[in-house]
Design a protein around this ligand. Structure first.
Ligand SMILES: [Zn+2]
Length: 184
C-alpha cells in the first residue's frame, strides 16, 4: 500500500487528473491528505483515500505496537497494529506519525540511525486528534524487534546494541528496553 502525506508530489498534471484528495499546482499533482494513493488508470485520475486516522479504541497516554511504514527526513510513519495490553488488533489501517523530535531523549540527526522500515516499534500515544501522534522518548519505547538491513536475519541485542550474527555487523536504532520481549 502506498501512503501519501499532505504536500507529497504525486505526478505531473499531464499524466493524471486530480481526483478527491489531490490538488494541482504549477502543472503538478499533490496529495492534500494523509492516505492511500489510488491510481484510477481507466479515468486517468489520482485520488487519495483518507486513512482512518483516529480509531475510537486508542487514547492519549496508551502504548501502541506497530511497524515502521516509511521513514522520511523529519518523521517516520508507523502502522499501528494493536494497543498494548489489549488482545484485539486495531483492525483498520491506522497510521501514526512519529516526529524526529519525539523519537529519543538524545538529539537525532539522521532518522536512519533510529528507525528503519519494517522495524517493530512500541510507542506512547501523545495525541489522537486531529491525527495520531506518537512518541518513543521513554526507555521502554522504541524498536522491540528488527531485522538486519543486509540479510534480513533477526538482530540480537549484544551489549546494548543490535547485532547481526550472520553479517557480523552492528546496526544503530533507538532500542526499547523491552527489545525481543514484545509480541505483535
Ligand atoms: Zn545480516
Amino acid at each position: 500500500m502506498s501512503l501519501t502525506l499532505p504536500g507529497d508530489r504525486l505526478a505531473s498534471a499531464m499524466e493524471y487528473m486530480p481526483g478527491p484528495g489531490v490538488y494541482e499546482r504549477d502543472g503538478e499533482l499533490f496529495a492534500a491528505l494523509t492516505g492511500e494513493l489510488v491510481r484510477d488508470e481507466q479515468n486517468t485520475e489520482l485520488r487519495v483515500k483518507p486513512v482512518v486516522s483516529v480509531p475510537l479504541e486508542i487514547s492519549a497516554g496508551e502504548r501502541v505496537l506497530g511497524r515502521v511504514h516509511s521513514v522520511r527526513e523529519s518523521m517516520a510513519t508507523i502502522e499501528v497494529v494493536r494497543v498494548k495490553g489489549k488482545a484485539r488488533q486495531v483492525g483498520t489501517w491506522v497510521m501514526g506519525t512519529l516526529h524526529i523530535a519525539r523519537m529519543s531523549e538524545d538529539y537525532v540527526s539522521d532518522i536512519n540511525e533510529v528507525y528503519r522500515v519494517n522495524d517493530l516499534v512500541q510507542a506512547k500515544v501523545d495525541e489522537t486528534k486531529p491525527a495520531l501522534k506518537l512518541n518513543t522518548k521513554a526507555g521502554r519505547d522504541g524498536v522491540v524487534g528488527a531485522r538486519c538491513s543486509g540479510c534480513r536475519d533477526r538482530l540480537t541485542m549484544v551489549e546494548n546494541e543490535l547485532f547481526c550474527t550472520e553479517c557480523r555487523q552492528r546496526e544503530a536504532r533507538k532500542i526499547s528496553s523491552e527489545y525481543g520481549q514484545v509480541q505483535l
